[in-house]
Design a protein around this ligand. Structure first.
Ligand SMILES: Nc1nc2c(ncn2[C@@H]2O[C@H](COP(=O)(O)OP(=O)(O)OP(=O)(O)O)[C@@H](O)[C@H]2O)c(=O)[nH]1
Ligand SMILES: [Mg+2]
Length: 213
């Protein structure tokens, strides 16, 4: 199976394009539940290992170079960062998991906060769980999928950095992801394949997002 097999209606693609061409603002970086902005609009969040490409994907979706900080140094995004598209949508960049540059106690605190956020955020429509195409779904990712299952959180796998692989390798990684979600009832059946660098899969991801709000 490949991502091209998913068809989105032209109107939905166009609505997604329009939404992401709208004005976007950085709202705030949040480190505890008290800091969360009011849950007054639909929200989507991007989760995944450190360095998987969360910040890059958010930047690419909004066609901005430095909206969300992207870096070659893993574990840099340590806050929950909120962006807003007009009054319509919050977009959330979650701290990466699976890499500890910070002392362990600090890392554990971030993890705990992120989990509390995932469980308690009533306006959160979907978590996009990013998986590096070169690595595939790892044990750490499977642990996060279990957490999301338990939180009854609606989540969807997004493969990143597809430009790094050949077509045949992408087919394998897609098949691996298809197999992985079979054991996870809360996972969305449609798996997205993207490259922030080349723009691949971004219109489809925008179409997916616009359908949530
Ligand atoms: N080739 C390629 N590289 C990418 C792509 N997306 C991200 N990268 C690179 O991967 C590295 C990590 O990207 P980030 O967007 O900072 O990753 P992150 O998930 O936000 O990382 P943390 O905030 O540390 O959790 C950077 O060097 C990016 O340039 C992509 O689509 N293709
Ligand atoms: Mg980041």
């Amino acid at each position: 199976m490949t991502s091209d097999e998913y068809d989105y209606p032209a109107a939905q693609i166009e609505d997604g394009r329009k939404l992401f061409a709208s004005e976007v603002n950085f709202v705030k970086g949040v480190v505890n539940m008290k800091g969360l902005p009011p849950a007054d609009r639909p929200e989507i969040a991007f989760a995944g290992r450190s360095n998987v490409g969360k910040s890059s994907l958010i930047n690419a979706l909004f066609n901005r170079k430095q909206l969300a900080r992207a870096s070659g140094q893993p574990g840099r995004t340590q806050e929950i960062n909120f962006f807003s598209i007009l009054e319509d949508l919050f977009v959330v960049d979650l701290p990466g998991y699976g890499y500890a540059v910070a002392p362990k106690a600090v890392v554990d605190k971030w993890t705990a906060f992120t989990q509390t956020y995932l469980r308690g955020r009533t306006n959160l429509q979907r978590v996009f769980l990013l998986i590096d195409s070169r690595r595939g779904v790892t044990d750490v990712d499977k642990g996060i999928m279990k957490t999301l299952d338990r939180a009854a959180m609606n989540y969807q796998i997004v493969l990143t950095k597809a430009d790094k692989l050949k077509k045949s390798e992408l087919d394998d990684v897609m098949e691996g992801a298809v197999q992985a979600i079979k054991k996870h009832p809360a996972a969305h059946p449609r798996i997205m394949m993207t490259s922030s660098e080349k723009g691949m899969g971004l219109p489809e991801l925008k179409a997916e997002i616009v359908a949530l709000i």
